[in-house]
Design a binder for this molecule. Structure first.
Ligand SMILES: N[C@@H](CCC(=O)N[C@@H](CS)C(=O)NCC(=O)O)C(=O)O
Length: 195
C-alpha cells in the first residue's frame, strides 16, 4: 500500500506482480530481497527492497512527494525516517505481541510496556502536529509514511486517544491517490478469494 500510494500520488503507472507467501523465500525472490519480504520494486535501472528506499527513490525522481526546495525536501525525508525508525518499531512489537504472546503469563505486562512506548511517541507526534494539516507545510512522503505507520494501530483504539492524529490519518486516507491505491489493493484480495 505504501508504494502503491506513492505511485498514485505522482501519477506513475505501474504493474504489480504478486508473490505468494510460500514463494517469499524462493531463490528468485531472495535475489530481489535477501530478507524474502515484500514489497520490492523494479524499473529499467534498479531493483530495490524496503518501502522507505523505494519511496525515497520516487521522491528523488518525481515531483509531488516533497517540496522542491532543499530544506523542505530534507524535512520531508526526515519525517519518512521518523515514521519508519522512531514511530514504527514499537508498533511492530505490539503487533508481534498480539500475534504470538497472548498465551503467555506475562503478555498483559509486556503489552502495557510496549503500549507506553508507543504512546510516548504519539504524545510527541501529536504535540508537533498540533492543528497543522500535515507534518510540514504541504502533504509529502513524510505524511504518507506516517499515516501508513499509524494505520498499523487500527483496531487498537490507541490513535483515537489523539484526536489530531486520528484526523491526520483520516485526511491521509481521504486523498484520491490513497483511495485509488486501496481500491487496487482490495481488488487483489477479492480476486484471490474467487480464484
Ligand atoms: N521494512 C520492510 C518491511 C517489509 C515487511 O514487513 N513485509 C512483510 C509483508 S508487509 C513481509 O514480507 N513479511 C514476510 C516475511 O517477513 O517473511 C519494508 O518497509 O519494506
Amino acid at each position: 500500500m505504501r508504494v502503491r500510494w506513492a505511485l498514485e500520488e505522482i501519477g506513475q503507472p505501474y504493474d504489480v506482480s504478486l508473490v505468494p507467501m510460500a514463494r517469499l523465500k524462493d531463490p528468485s525472490h531472495l535475489a530481489r530481497n535477501p530478507f524474502g519480504q515484500i514489497p520490492t520494486y523494479e524499473d529499467s535501472d534498479v531493483t530495490l527492497f524496503e518501502s522507505g528506499a523505494i519511496i525515497l527513490l520516487l521522491v528523488q525522481q518525481h515531483s509531488g512527494l516533497a517540496p522542491k526546495d532543499a530544506e523542505g525536501r530534507a524535512r520531508a525525508i526526515m519525517w519518512m525516517f521518523a515514521a519508519l525508525n522512531t514511530v514504527e518499531p514499537p508498533i511492530v512489537e505490539l503487533e508481534q505481541a498480539d500475534l504470538t504472546e497472548t498465551d503467555k503469563s506475562w503478555y498483559g505486562e509486556h503489552r502495557a510496556a510496549i503500549t507506553a512506548r508507543i504512546t510516548a511517541r504519539l504524545d510527541a507526534l501529536s504535540a508537533w502536529l498540533g492543528d497543522r494539516e500535515w507534518l510540514e507545510g504541504a502533504f509529502s512522503a513524510g505524511d504518507l509514511m506516517m499515516v501508513m505507520v499509524l494505520r498499523r494501530l487500527d483496531g487498537t483504539g490507541i490513535v483515537e486517544q489523539y484526536p489530531n492524529l486520528a484526523a491526520f490519518v483520516a485526511r491521509g486516507v481521504a486523498r484520491a491517490a490513497y483511495r485509488r491505491a486501496f481500491a487496487a489493493q482490495l481488488a487483489v484480495f477479492e480476486e484471490s478469494k474467487t480464484a
